[in-house]
Design a protein around this ligand. Structure first.
Ligand SMILES: [Zn+2]
Ligand SMILES: [Zn+2]
Length: 217
């Protein structure tokens, strides 16, 4: 019987190089080859719906259990979710009981501490990617919105519902602008102006950047 070669599956759906240099990619692709005879079956519509409706904790538990049960799952997930530290200089240091705090591979995806969006730590060179405020939303007592507002009749002013319904009645404590105001930003690299949602702009941050200064316009 002819020998069948292992099948390499690209779960990223992308043709680009990915987070690893080509030589590293080739090494990982070999390591993550699905064993011959593995019954590959795309997710059914029912399973897709179940995945999208499950909460994050249940999905994390399901993925972790796959690492214990499916050959190659750990390597595949590592390829998708980890990057070499050289490509993610600001990624959080993961302290490993066995290896001290040497950084081997680090998480590729992180949540920005400023804008709270997920970002790719190996592709975080854009100085205008993160738009955010340093302060918080507070009631603007000088706003005409509250001229005839009686909390005994109308209820409390500072509620999320009121923030949505009466944005002019609230302002950011960091810049005194109304909630939802757009700022005009200036990109020093290209010389172009752009509209941004936040009085501050910079790169996304993980919180592990230490005292490095961010460029703020
Ligand atoms: Zn602000
Ligand atoms: Zn951000």
């Amino acid at each position: 019987m002819a020998r069948r070669h292992p099948v390499v599956i690209d779960l990223t759906g992308s043709d680009d190089e990915g987070p690893y240099p080509k030589r590293e990619q080739a090494r990982i692709s070999t390591a993550t080859a699905i064993p011959t005879g593995f019954n590959l079956k795309p997710a059914t519509d029912e399973l897709k719906l179940a995945i999208r409706s499950a909460n994050i904790g249940r999905l994390q538990g399901s993925v972790l259990s796959l690492c214990d049960k499916i050959p190659g799952a750990t390597q595949l997930l590592s390829q998708m979710l980890l990057v070499p530290p050289a490509r993610a200089p600001t990624a959080p240091i993961v302290v490993n009981a066995l290896h001290g705090n040497k950084r081997r591979l680090v998480p590729r995806w992180a949540t920005c501490i400023n804008c709270e969006l997920e970002f790719d730590v190996s592709d975080n060179d854009d100085d205008t990617a993160c738009e955010y405020h340093r302060g918080h939303i507070d009631v603007d007592w000088s706003s005409g919105t509250w001229a005839d507002w009686d909390e005994d009749c109308h209820g409390p002013m500072d509620t999320e519902e009121n923030q949505d319904e009466y944005p002019d009645g609230f302002k950011w404590t960091c810049c005194d602008t109304t909630k939802g105001s757009m700022y005009c930003g200036y990109d020093r690299a290209t010389g172009e102006e752009f509209e941004r949602d936040g009085c501050r702009v910079g790169r996304h941050q993980t919180g592990a950047e230490g005292s490095k200064k961010r460029r703020i316009y």
